[in-house]
Design a protein around this ligand. Structure first.
Ligand code: PEP
Ligand code: MN
Length: 279
């Protein structure tokens, strides 16, 4: 291994102590980090019961393993829809009971951790909170699996140091999620750093997944970026899906409708086979 990667590994001893390929994280019936890429899909934000159930049924039928849905939204503007809070958690729970999909739910504040941990199989730390160290420690202490998204302008080292905070609490169940970083380009919402995927997989056994929706910011780029991520070794995807993206209260322009999501699943199946895995 090159000296710079060796120095990086020394900065994150707990993360680097997990040998590549060794860690599988069980989420309901699904496993992330095994031979099958895990696919998580659902709305950016939970808006009402009908929306969540409709999305959950559709993504399950298309082959997804997990359902995503925000209850507490970290919006850039305080005037944007902030999420329904606790009622959204109940709606997600109903969708889980009906479909069997595991739940991925974001926490934005330490005060929500206990509540969200009661519902979430995979607790999401969003890009804006990647360096909220008190929050990282708090989710670490829940012992629940954590989805750690890359910060808006975080280097790979900063990202792995954030993971180290969670591991330092005795919780090794961390999934890393590449969701694009800020660059000078404005036609995409973020710049998808595809190189981060194989690089991370060389440094650590923490599973690595990709979020092409937030990287792209536009729905027509979601399928190509999903393909690129899987070809580069991503062990899963998280995709925003909404029954009527044009009416979504958040992230509509990058959300797929259920038909488009089924198309994505069909498109990635042969690709996953071609890189020696299965879906
Ligand atoms: C999200 O998943 O809806 C989200 C806010 O993502 P990110 O933290 O990657 O911007
Ligand atoms: Mn979103």
């Amino acid at each position: 291994m090159s000296p710079d990667l060796e120095r990086l590994r020394e900065a994150v001893p707990l993360v680097a102590a997990i040998p590549p390929g060794s860690l599988q994280i069980k989420l309901g019936e699904a496993v992330i980090g095994g031979p099958t890429p895990g696919v998580i899909a659902g709305p950016c934000a939970v808006e009402n019961l009908e929306q969540v159930l409709c999305t959950a049924r559709n993504v399950k039928a298309a082959g997804a393993h997990g359902l995503r849905g925000g209850a507490f939204k970290p919006r850039s503007s305080p005037y944007s829809f902030q999420g329904l809070g606790r009622p959204a958690l109940e709606m997600l729970a109903a969708a889980k009971i009906e479909t069997g999909l595991f739940l991925t739910i974001e926490v934005t504040d330490q005060t929500q951790v206990e509540l969200v941990a009661e519902y979430a199989d995979l607790i999401q730390i969003g890009a804006r909170n990647m360096q909220n160290f008190a929050l990282l420690r708090a989710v670490g202490r829940t012992g629940r699996p954590v989805l750690l998204k890359r910060g808006l302008s975080a280097t790979i080292q900063e990202w792995l140091q954030a993971a180290e905070y969670i591991l330092a609490e005795g919780n090794r169940q961390v999934v890393l999620c590449e969701r694009g970083i800020r660059t000078f380009e404005t036609l995409t919402r973020n710049t998808f750093d595809v190189a981060a995927i194989p690089l991370l997989r060389e440094i650590t056994g923490l599973p690595v997944i990709a979020d092409p929706s937030h990287a792209a910011g536009r729905r027509e780029l979601v399928v190509p970026l999903a393909r690129a991520a899987l070809a580069a070794g991503a062990q899963g995807l998280i995709i925003e899906v909404h029954p009527q993206p044009e009416k979504a209260l958040s992230d509509g322009p990058q959300s797929l409708n259920p038909t488009e999501f089924s198309g994505l699943m069909r498109e990635i199946t042969p690709l996953v086979g071609a890189v020696g895995r299965e879906l």
